[in-house]
Design a binder for this molecule. Structure first.
Ligand SMILES: N[C@@H](CCC(=O)N[C@@H](CS)C(=O)NCC(=O)O)C(=O)O
Length: 204
């Protein structure tokens, strides 16, 4: 019997939570390995590209959270039913990750003295630009990102929602009712609901 895939990340939701959502939705058994930040510097040289999350599967260690999401999404019909649908789903997923990266850089890499100014730019420029476009796309697609049906882009977005709010320390979804409703819809999917109820409580 093949070993369970092993997802390795910090004890955070961050970039691993969308993978966890897709794995939970797909009912895949996996090991959710969480490492402590204080152990990271010792571990980093042993990780390909020195970044997490990774997924160990069939003895190979794979990086890149979105590629991992897509791999499992394909197996359960959440990655598009033709190449053009897949393209639109991938584009949304990469866009959500772009915003997550900008917010992550603000939190983890911006010197404290520069944080207030950076937070203001995120709040007044970056976030409204992304969210008003998300809202428009959701309106055109019956409340989902692509073609009125659930895809891994929706799971990735919902799995990142809390990270946006907790890092920014305000309700990023305020004024964007379709984005808010999409997160609720995903969180009401039975397997996601069950995961959210039992997952470890972490800061980010
Ligand atoms: N594009 C990569 C980004 C991976 C990444 O930046 N990981 C961060 C945490 S979210 C990391 O491992 N940081 C530790 C470090 O830079 O030493 C992905 O989505 O998996």
């Amino acid at each position: 019997m093949a070993a369970k895939p092993k997802l390795t990340y910090f004890d955070f939701r961050g970039a691993a939570e969308p993978i966890r959502y897709v794995l939970e939705y797909s009912n895949v058994e996996y090991e959710d390995k969480r490492i402590q930040v204080e152990d990271w510097l010792e571990l980093k040289p042993t990780i390909p590209f020195g970044l997490l999350p990774t997924l160990e599967i069939n003895g190979k260690v794979i990086n890149q959270s979105t590629a991992i999401c897509r791999y499992y999404a394909k197996k359960v019909g959440l990655a598009g039913s033709d190449d053009f649908e897949a393209l639109q789903i991938d584009a949304i997923a990469d866009t959500v990750v772009d915003l997550r990266t900008a917010i992550g850089m603000y939190h983890w890499r911006t010197p404290e003295a520069e944080k207030p100014a950076r937070a203001k730019v995120l709040k007044t420029e970056n976030i409204p630009t992304y969210f008003s476009q998300f809202e428009k796309i959701l309106k055109e697609n019956d409340g989902y990102f692509v073609n009125g049906k659930l895809s891994y882009a929706d799971l990735l977005f919902a799995g990142t929602a809390e990270y946006f709010n907790n890092v920014m320390k305000f309700d990023v979804f305020e004024g964007y009712p379709l984005a808010k409703a999409l997160v609720e819809k995903v969180h009401n999917l039975p397997r996601i609901k069950e995961w959210v109820a039992r997952r470890p409580q972490t800061l980010l």
